[in-house]
Design a protein around this ligand. Structure first.
Ligand code: ADP
Ligand code: MG
Length: 365
């Protein structure tokens, strides 16, 4: 699904508004604090049910209001809507006018990916963000991945609760069996997905970081030693687990890392290169989602100018035009958008739309 129309009510500093986006490229210009990131945040919130900036929904509801609403429509008849009421704490979700209960039933209709100036720090900063990134791809690409993940999480919780109660190995056996079974199912999905991602990533690194394309290596850990069965690992570590009261290995410990000349990638490349790398990874993921779902993902790029020099922005423009997904890019200065604007116009006149934001008011140039 792409966003033809976005309706926002009581979201951050944005005036209640209805915006029509271009199916290819949308550029949003505005000074610091004008509301650029908030526009992206509204779309992200609709697709994920949460913000990329805060875990507290009360932060994103406009001051002195208690309910926010975000709706989108595509060019056909499809619509998605989400509304959060702070007074009742009720989240209302709608797909094509029908109320639904599960956020995942809304989320499977739309694939929104975001790259902000903080993304690469988060991504290289710890396994949680890397897992979230990879699992977002799996959610869209692998059949029923979110169901499997949610079953695994329930089992994981039960098993940890048993460990806290200091049950015997025999009493724990049922949950350990289920835990190993689902960990393996998830590990199999992830290994297959990472292999696909690796192939796709090379194509985008070729555009964005050509000098490093074949030198960057991917390493992943399924969450336990690849040389052993998970049941063996848990059996050997029962006493330690009982002491620590949590499962020390399993699908929840999955991580993926990247190296260059055997060194962690983030320690040997610049911040600008880290951002380009994350963009390449995001585009690779977008392509995989598109191939499987036949739904073009929507890309949000916040503050395109941050960390990127003119040549990097030229390379990014080439990649974005080749990706051909609906994209919304924000920038503080028009000059930050220049390579992208020039390359887009060179391919097709009027293949974009430009917005200005000032004190939360959005206008079209
Ligand atoms: N809940 C809220 N209600 C009203 N205004 C808010 C709320 N949260 C943040 N703001 C204000 O919204 C403005 C826009 O923020 P942001 O979208 O991050 O701007 P930009 O990305 O253009 O720099 C900021 O000035 C901020 O103070
Ligand atoms: Mg911003």
């Amino acid at each position: 699904m792409s966003v033809d129309q976005l309706n926002i009510v009581n979201f951050r500093n944005l005036s209640n508004t209805s915006l029509n986006f271009h199916p290819h490229l949308n550029l949003v210009l505005g000074e610091n604090g004008s509301g650029k990131s908030s526009i992206l945040e509204a779309i992200f919130f609709l697709a994920h049910g949460k913000s990329f900036r805060t875990t507290k929904v009360e932060n994103i509801v406009s001051h002195e209001h208690h309910q926010l609403t975000v709706n989108i429509k595509d060019h056909a008849v499809n619509s998605l809507g989400i509304s959060k009421n702070l007074s009742t704490n009720i989240l209302t979700i709608q797909v094509n006018g029908q109320r639904i209960n599960k956020l995942s039933d809304l989320a499977k209709n739309i694939a929104v990916q975001i790259v902000t100036p903080e993304s690469f720090k988060l991504f290289f900063g710890g396994p949680k963000e890397r897992r979230r990134f990879i699992d977002l791809g799996l959610f869209h690409v692998k059949h029923e991945f979110s169901k499997k993940w949610s079953v695994f999480n329930k089992i994981h919780k039960q098993r940890n609760a048993c460990l806290r109660k200091k049950v015997t190995k025999q009493e724990l056996a049922y949950w350990t069996g289920e835990f190993c079974h689902y960990s393996q199912i998830i590990a199999d999905d992830r290994v297959e997905y990472i292999a696909q991602l690796q192939v796709e990533l090379i194509k985008w690194l070729d555009i964005l970081l050509p000098q490093l394309t074949d030198k960057i290596k991917i390493h992943y850990s399924q969450g336990w030693s690849a040389k052993k069965r998970l049941s063996e690992v848990l059996n050997e570590n029962y006493e330690r687990e009982k002491l620590q009261c949590f499962s020390i290995a399993g699908a929840h410990k999955f991580d993926v890392k990247f190296t260059l000349y055997k060194q962690p990638l983030d320690l040997v490349i610049s911040r600008g290169q880290q951002k380009l790398f994350l963009l390449a990874l995001t585009f690779a993921q977008a392509k995989l989602i598109e191939k499987v779902k036949q739904v073009k993902p929507i890309l949000l790029i916040d503050d395109i100018g941050a960390e990127l020099d003119i040549n990097s922005r030229k390379a990014l423009a080439t990649a974005l035009n080749s990706l051909a997904c609906q994209t919304i890019v924000t920038a503080i200065n028009k000059v930050d958008l220049m390579p992208l604007l020039e390359q887009t116009i060179a391919e097709k006149e009027d293949n974009y739309k430009m917005f200005h934001v000032k004190h939360g008011e959005i206008s079209i140039e």
